[in-house]
Design a binder for this molecule. Sequence first.
Ligand SMILES: [Cu+2]
Length: 132
Amino acid sequence: MKKVILSMVVIIAIVFTSCKNEGKKDSNTNNIEASSKMAMKEISFGVRGNCGMCKNTIEKATNNVEGVATANWDKDKKQIKVSFDEGKTDVISIHKAIAASGYDTEKVEGDLNAYEGLPGCCKYDHSMEMNQ
Ligand SMILES: [Cu+2]
């Protein structure tokens, strides 16, 4: 009987300590997430484009930049909102990545070869106003 009680105490002790450790791990991850959110910078700038397919291409190009957390291009405003980790990338790298996919930004002209490869509906007007 004593042995049974003893082994139950041991099991309870093991379960208790492992739960305690898990709790510690969770709070550590939360701290890391919170601090990386603090380092995020949000910017918005003009990007030319026409339609939903343009939106996909522009946002995909932006998200492929390491350090970019979110990208949201507004078809009507011709403007993108980007949040990114300043420790991993910078504003001009994001402009360049979008331009490489064929789209004009405020700062960098879209790559013409990539532009030629865009579907017909996406061949936007290069004199289109941005940040409408
Ligand atoms: Cu398009």
